[in-house]
Design a protein around this ligand. Structure first.
Ligand code: PGA
Length: 257
């Protein structure tokens, strides 16, 4: 794997302020000596300032779970990229739960990616097929289309500094992980699409994560995939033992089952 593995924990709509504070206090203690892995936690917006303050002097980075595609203005309930500056260094964009529950379109996703780059946030673009797409043999085509549409406002340099997460929707939160063989083929396919849309150099630089029912017990299977740079972790990131176990696996340590 080129560079440090990247392990991103997506807390989704979990944790109250006191719960988040207690979690990060323990997390930073446990990962204090961990230098070989880039660790990012993505709390909900409400939790961001306190989590960011608590992690300020550590190596653990903070990401947001979404961002709006417009600059500040009359957009009730939304959060602009500029408002995340200083609080987050990453932002998840186009997660399948937002595509499903907030009907997020590829056009909005493309604008969110552009806005994130404009405000020095590294976007993590999520792509992945539904169970129906998978059953119809459309996985590669769906991911190709999501990449083409999602990246279209970015130049090569911005794409090189974007993270792509391959997350088969049928595997998210279901306990049904994708086979490493298929995940590996999709990761290679993503790099090929980026090479054809941009250049082979851009495709080589972009970091690609796998996400979907990852735990400390299967993390090594995905971290070992050719061309994969790390993991996007949902449910297991809420369990301190599981999440720190995944980080330790990424660091190459032996982790008891
Ligand atoms: P999961 O979620 O690990 O709970 O499957 C992954 C994600 O949605 O990023």
């Amino acid at each position: 794997m080129a560079g440090k593995p990247l392990i991103v924990g997506n807390w989704k709509m979990n944790f109250t302020l006191p719960e988040a504070a207690a979690y990060v206090t323990k997390l930073k203690r446990r990962l204090a000596a961990q230098k070989g892995v880039e660790v990012v936690v993505c709390p909900g917006f409400l939790l961001l300032p306190s989590v960011a303050a608590s992690l300020a002097k550590t190596e653990i980075r903070v990401g947001a779970q979404d961002v709006f595609y417009k600059e500040p203005g009359a957009f009730t309930g939304e959060v602009a990229a500029v408002q995340l500056e200083g609080l987050a260094s990453y932002v998840i964009v186009g997660h399948s739960e937002r595509r499903i529950y907030a009907s997020e379109s590829d056009r909005e996703i493309a604008a969110k990616l552009a806005g994130a780059h404009l405000h020095q946030l590294t976007p993590i673009l999520c792509v992945g097929e539904t169970l129906h797409d998978y059953d119809e043999g459309l996985s590669a085509r769906v991911v190709n289309d999501q990449l083409t549409a999602g990246l279209r406002e970015l130049d090569g340099d911005e794409v090189a500094h974007t993270v792509i997460a391959y997350e088969p929707v049928w595997s998210i939160g279901t306990g049904k992980p994708c086979t490493p063989r298929m995940a590996g083929q999709m990761v290679e396919g993503i790099r090929r699409v980026i090479a054809s849309l941009y250049t082979p150099e851009v495709a080589e630089q972009v970091r690609i994560l796998y996400g979907g029912s990852v735990t400390h017990l299967n993390a090594d299977l995905y971290l070992g995939l050719h061309g994969a740079n790390g993991l996007l972790v949902g449910a297991a990131s809420l369990e301190l033992d599981d999440f720190t176990g995944i980080v330790r696996v990424a660091a190459g340590e032996e982790v008891p089952a």
